[in-house]
Structure formats: C-alpha cells, structure tokens
Design a protein around this ligand. Sequence first.
Ligand code: FBP
Length: 561
Amino acid sequence: MSVSVLQKARYQYQPKLPGSLARGIGEIAVSFGAATEAASDRDELREIFKHTYGKPPAVFAPGTGNLDTRPLKAAVILSGGQAPGGHNVIAGLYDGLKKGCRDSALYGILGGPAGLIKNRSKILDGETIDRYRNTGGFDIIGSGRDKIETPEQFAASLDTAKRLGLDAVVIIGGDDSNTNAALLAEYFEAEKSGIQVIGCPKTIDGDLKNEYIETSFGFDTAAKTYSELIGNIERDAASARKYWHFIKLMGRAASHIALECALQTRPNVCLISEEVEARGFSLQEIVEQICSSIVRRAERGDNFGVVLIPEGVVEFIPEVSLLIDELNDILAGEGAAFAHLDLLGDQLAWLDGKLTAPSALVLRSLPPPIAREFLMDRDPHGNVQVSRIETEKLLMGMVERRLALMKKEGTYGGTFSALAHFFGYEGRCAFPSNFDADYCYSLGFNAFALIAAGLTGYISSVRNLVSPASEWIAGGAPLTMMMNLERRRGHTKPVIRKALVELMGAPFRAFAEERDVWALETSFAFPGSIQYFGPAEVSDAPSKTLLLEQRDRAEKTAVPS
Ligand code: FBP
C-alpha cells in the first residue's frame, strides 16, 4: 500500500495520554474502590464467574509506582467490525509494554478470536507498529466475528496462550467480544493459568456505554464522517432544490449514530428506532410522519429535504419485527425446503400457510426486491441481516405511493423526486479523529497498565473525556459488573447489556426539542470534514452526544450551593 500525504503527516501526530499515565512507570500508582455487583442476576452471575465476579474498580494516579516492570508477553485481538482507532489501541499497548520494560513483547492474533483458537499470530515490532500509527482500519492483524464458545475452543485458546508464553491477552471489541473476554478471563483463572485478560471498548455503534465507558471508540470518527457526507448532501439539496435524500446509517440495533448525525446536521426528519418501538409506530405511521414534512415544506415551495434512517429501524416496527421473528423461526426449522424455491412468487406461496395472517400480509405488501431481502440467507446466528435490507428504498417507495394518493385527493401539490443512500462502510476505517486517536492510544496504554497491575477480567476505562486529555481518568472496571442474563438463541446467557438510545437522555431530548422546526424549515448545518490540524475547538471536539451526556451528568451530580 502506498502512503498518502495525510498518512505521512499523521505518522507525526503524538496522541495525548491521561495525566496519570503520562509519566514514568515508577510514578503510576494503582488503587482500588469497593467490591462491585452486577446490575441484576447477581446470584447466577456470581456462580458463573466464580473466580472473577465482583472485583473492585481500579484507578491510576500519580504516586509511588506499584506496577510490574518485569518483561511481559501480551497478545492483542481485534474482534468484530472495524472502528477507527483500533491501530492506536495497539500502538498504545505496545508503547506501554515497552515503557514498562524494553524486553516485553506484543503478539498480534490474526483474524480475530479464531486466531487464538487456531494459534495464528505474528510478533508486532516497532517498525510494524510505526506503519499503522494514527491510521484507520484493522488491517495490521485483521479482525473476525467468531466467538470462543465451546469447551474445546476455550481449551484451544488456553493452549495457544501457553504456547506463546503469554502473560496476558487484550481483546478489542464490542459488547459481545467483551462478554467473551470476561468468560475467557474466568476460564483462565479457573485453570489457574495466571494468564490475564483485558477488554477494550470498541464499536462505531456507540452501544457499549455505561458508568465506566463514556463512549466506545470509533463512534466519534464514524459519526463525524457520516455527518460530513450528510452536510454535503444537505447543501446540494438546498442548492438544487429538487431532491429528497433518504439516507440510511449504520449502527445495527442502536440509533446513536443517526442521533449524533442529526444533532450535527439538523435534517428534516430523523427516525430513532428506540422511539419507534417505545411509541409502537407502524410502518404506515412512519410514512405519514415523513410525508407530513414533505407536504408542509412543499407548501412553502421547498420540494427538497433530507431524511435519516437508522439501519436497524425495521426490527423496531412492531409488525415488521413480528414478521422477522416468524421468518427466522420458520427458516431455522425448514430452511432446506425453502432453499429449493427460486421464484419470489413460489416463496411467498410457501410461506403463506406458515406465517400468521398479519405477517403474511406485511410480507406481501413489500415491494418485491425488498421482500426478497427479508428472505435472504440468515447470518451465522440464524437472524435476518438487517443491514442488507434497503430500508431507505422501502420508505422512499412507500412515501412516493402515499404522496401520489394525496395528490389525487388534492392534499399535496408538490413535486417529489427522491434519492437513496447508505452510509456505513465509508466511516468504519477513516483516519481516527484527534479525539479517537488520543482516546484509543490511551485505552491501549491503559490496558498495559491494567496488565502490569496484575488484573484480569477488567475493561480498559478512560473517563472524563470532555475535559482536556491531561484530566482524563484512567483505570479499569470489572467486566462482571456490566453483565446481566439474557435469552439468546434459546439459551440464557451472561451478556454485557447493550446501551440503546435513552428517550429520557440528554441527546434525544436536545433532538426532540428542535426537530419540529427542522421538519418545516431548512435548518441544515454543515459540519465539514474531520480536521486533524488547527484550533483545538475544531480539531479536538468530542461528539455532541458525549458533550450533552456529560453536561447532563455534571448537572445531576452538582451539589447545590
Ligand atoms: P461491531 O458491533 O462489531 O463493532 O460492528 C458494527 C457494525 O459496523 C454495524 O454497525 C453493522 O451493522 C455491522 O458492523 C456490519 O458488519 P458486517 O459487514 O460484518 O455485517
């Protein structure tokens, strides 16, 4: 791969560290809070995590150093979807290890968790690390979506770790991957291996978030990348004055990305899946909402606009969610028979007798190409692949039909011409923003500090993120405190609770206060591209979501004077 001018310049960027870690190792002291409990299902979780449950949170502060400075061997795994900043987590971890002791070593596990099971790794030296500093992507070692689940896979993972002579494994991933990290830590402890496991919070979706994780890394850069594109489209729409743009945004189940992009760009309409579910909106009601903005803007002569759609929204619409559940069940049981049917007509006829009447009706009401997407191959877990359903086109088509009807009735007099977009992969491997570059480097360095403090079953936690990096709080939170039991694929399992958009949360409230004005007027905002150089208020700004949440938290915890 050749190196662009920006990449060359970014190699020179020195990410910032929290003040407590930006010092000699001999001056970093770890201290602990009180023992923790899981939010719910405590007895069951205590039983599952016999050796790792309920540990205290850790925090690093300047002081008389008590970290291990012997040579350490660690391995790092990238797990799940790409998120900007992964390379900096690895660089921070590498630099921490080398700062602790120059004889320490870092292995990269190749291709995600499967690499640990299959013993596929490479040593990461300084020269390799330098080629990836401050760059996007996960290509330094690759990632994967496999899980370490069966007793054989746990045993094989331990075998690999022993063969490599590891002291610790760092797993960089989302909620599922960190659940896996917790289970691996427990297994390694139960086997008295002495090998530690530390997690790092990654995902552009922003749904790994709690008291100790203010944001997952990658969210900031991905949302800023999409916001730039949306802003550019808004400016084009306002210039051409003839298109409505329907833009689907990645984020899987949670709507954090769509909400952040809405706060950044002030579109005419932004759907929030969590609200759709809470208020039980039907597909038709969503169409009516969009049409209401289109009709009222047309009355002002504004036959253009922008609609944002979170990629998971179909799963939150009650009648569509029921259809998806029924299809998943039917295809899990009788997938082989279904696979013989090629034509959509045959597939629908076959399903008619098996789906409930309302679900059969919904399926038949969908435009044929969209209906086909609902019937596509399931993912490895037997679920429909929602990111491959073209919701933006579905809504666009339904809106068009509704407007045509309104025109006949004389309730709509505008012109409607629409374009569909999907922004997802465009944002996952962007050069990390300064925020993500600093945050990720800090998470990686902090993961080293947790290893050197002898901890296992912890997630790297860097907080106070809206303050300057020198004031960030570095430490670790025990993974078991983030867990609860959930039904997954017919089994009750310990999992880290997914953080969806809270309708009482500050970001949603800020959006809800303004959206009625946006629906009617042209209130667009144009954030422009991520700035890597220049004034700090432009280049180091965190996401609006983080700012609003932190301001809200500060107000709630402020002591009245
Ligand atoms: P992670 O949760 O693993 O970070 O992945 C996030 C994500 O980008 C989702 O927003 C999206 O639905 C999914 O990955 C797409 O990934 P894939 O291309 O592997 O299906």
